[in-house]
Design a protein around this ligand. Structure first.
Ligand code: ADP
Ligand code: ZN
Length: 519
């Protein structure tokens, strides 16, 4: 069978060999097994179900939430001579009927369909009248409520297994977060499916993170190194997108805006130009990018913090899909953190959700302020055990200036320890700063020897110290997500004075005003 798979790879798709785990996945699925595939963007997920679709009898049904992507995939398949079609809201009634006719006549090898369409009783009825070869559920992370692409209809896709128990299913995602992975397996009834997890490392992407001081100038300087190249600049607000795009255009750069506030026509036109023309810079909110397959995006720049490590990885992952050198560049400032915290606090999400959002923001900041290899932290966030230096991130290429923070670190660690390793950073910082609050007093923490020993650093400063200690692995947060801090094996050496702690100079806390007056 593997020779048939290889034949198809050569003859239909024109590739010389399988990549990574593709062949194992293809064989597993073609033999009737269920699979959960985690592969980074650009890793080659499509072939994992397209080849089995050709190997198995019947029609493969591909569930995808992205209309634009469906169109591209179907065009490419047809060009390769594969009988493929899609059904979604963009089709005229006549065309829909024609697709259904071909489906019933058994003329299609692959049919792409939007989840809401798939779930209609009418469509499920159609499927019962044909032979379904397999179900592929693309962008499977849409089933996760904690992700940003949550689609309620994805929750109902278990019906596929209930109504068609003998048809193999494959769920695919580029989301690496272990929590999301578990949720996919559980929610889609794929707990027993074989999991194929690829490394999420993108060795050709160079990561660079800097403090924001003059965003406009910083961006211009960065773009200077990318003249004439295609790239994406992400900003948080629509207004900032418009202003930045206009500013870049004034400076003679082919820049276009993209956000949900633009009318559909303008959005589509800008996207087309970005895809088809060379060297267009898309300035966009996160509304842009999902399912965009442009291989030669040379850089992704973030003018504001993304929403999570996951978001950062997804967004930067749009760079360098052709495997050639690409750059992920980000600037962040304290005001971003404030804005983001406010956005979280003011959203109408449930408390549980807010807690997770805050935690995601914290780990992103830890990443931004880290002095260690960025790749190590990025992949570590997704449960991957990568060991730097990678030689292709700012921290590896040019180790950041640091200051000796051994004493504050010892104070922080000892406050965590003395309060019983049962509290989050907020409370421990209150202890360190000697904040005489109700909670502190109730718990008797005003009587701890560490109470008030860190009054020389303000709250913001301590937060930065804690984030960096987390990033350096000198503290760990509980896995349940309550933000409870605990010491690690490495903390002992610091507490015992055997190891010094160096933190980023550029994130060094200002001495707090109160102490300055005192001393
Ligand atoms: P994903 O869906 O994982 O982001 P795609 O399936 O779109 O990735 O594949 C990314 C790119 O890699 C596409 O241009 C695809 O044609 C190419 N590709 C996939 N598999 C192979 C392979 N075995 N050999 C060469 N190119 C491949
Ligand atoms: Zn590195």
């Amino acid at each position: 069978m593997s020779s048939r798979a290889l034949d198809l790879l050569h003859s239909v798709f024109g590739y010389a060999s399988f990549r990574g785990q593709q062949q194992a996945i293809v064989e597993h699925l073609a033999a009737g097994g269920d699979a959960l595939v985690l592969m980074p963007t650009g890793g080659g997920k499509s072939l994992c179900y397209q080849i089995p679709a050709l190997l198995r009898p019947g029609t493969a049904i591909v569930v995808s939430p992205l209309i634009a992507l469906m169109q591209d995939q179907v065009d490419a398949l047809r060009e390769a001579g594969v009988a493929a079609a899609y059904l979604n809201s963009s089709l005229e009634a006549d065309d829909q009927r024609e697709v259904e006719r071909r489906l019933l006549a058994g003329e299609l090898k692959l049919l792409y369909v939007a989840p809401e369409r798939l779930l209609t009783p009418r469509f499920l009825g159609l499927l019962e009248r044909i032979g379904v070869g397999l179900f592929a559920i693309d962008e499977a992370h849409c089933v996760s409520q904690w992700g940003h692409d949550f689609r309620p209809e994805y929750r109902e896709l278990t019906i596929l297994h209930e109504r068609f128990p003998q048809v193999p299913r494959i769920a695919l995602t580029a989301t690496a977060d272990p929590r999301t992975r578990e949720e996919i397996a559980e929610r889609l009834g794929l707990a027993h499916a074989r999991q194929f997890v690829s490394s999420f490392d993108r060795p050709n992407i160079r990561y660079h993170v800097a403090l924001k001081h003059n965003p406009r100038t910083q961006l211009m300087q960065f773009l200077e190194g990318h003249r004439g190249e295609a790239g994406i600049v992400y900003a948080l607000s629509r207004r900032k997108v418009d202003e930045t795009a206009a500013g870049l255009a004034d400076a003679g750069i082919e820049a276009l805006p993209y956000h949900a506030g633009l009318d559909a026509r303008t959005r589509a036109a800008n996207q087309q130009r970005f895809l088809r023309e060379d060297g267009v810079v898309m300035v966009a909110t996160v509304a842009f990018g999902m399912g965009i397959d442009k291989p030669d995006v040379r850089f992704v720049a973030h003018l504001d913090l993304p929403r999570s490590m996951e978001g950062y990885y997804q967004e930067t992952g749009r760079a360098g899909r052709d495997g050639l050198p690409a750059e992920a560049w980000m600037i962040y400032g304290l005001s971003d953190v404030v804005t983001m915290s406010q956005m979280i606090a003011q959203s109408d999400s449930a408390d549980e959700r807010k807690r997770i959002e805050r935690q995601k923001l914290e780990s992103l900041l830890a990443f931004a302020e880290a002095t260690r290899c960025r790749r190590e932290l990025l992949l570590g966030a997704f449960g991957e055990d990568y060991h730097g230096p990678c030689g292709n991130c700012d921290n590896c290429l040019e180790p950041p200036k640091t200051w000796d923070a051994t004493v504050p670190a010892q104070k922080a660690l000892s406050a965590v320890y003395r309060s019983g390793q049962r509290f989050g950073a907020g409370h421990v910082i209150d202890i360190l700063r000697g904040v005489d609050g109700e909670r502190v007093r109730q718990l008797g923490h005003d009587r701890l020897s560490t109470f008030g020993i860190g009054a020389d650093i303000d709250e913001k400063g301590w937060r930065s110290v804690f984030r960096q200690l987390l990033a350096a692995g000198l503290l760990e947060a509980d896995a349940e997500g309550y933000g409870t801090l605990r010491l690690t094996a490495a903390s002992r050496a610091v507490l015992g004075g055997a190891q010094r702690v160096m933190l980023r100079e550029d994130a060094r806390p200002a001495r707090s005003a109160r102490r300055r007056r005192d001393s």
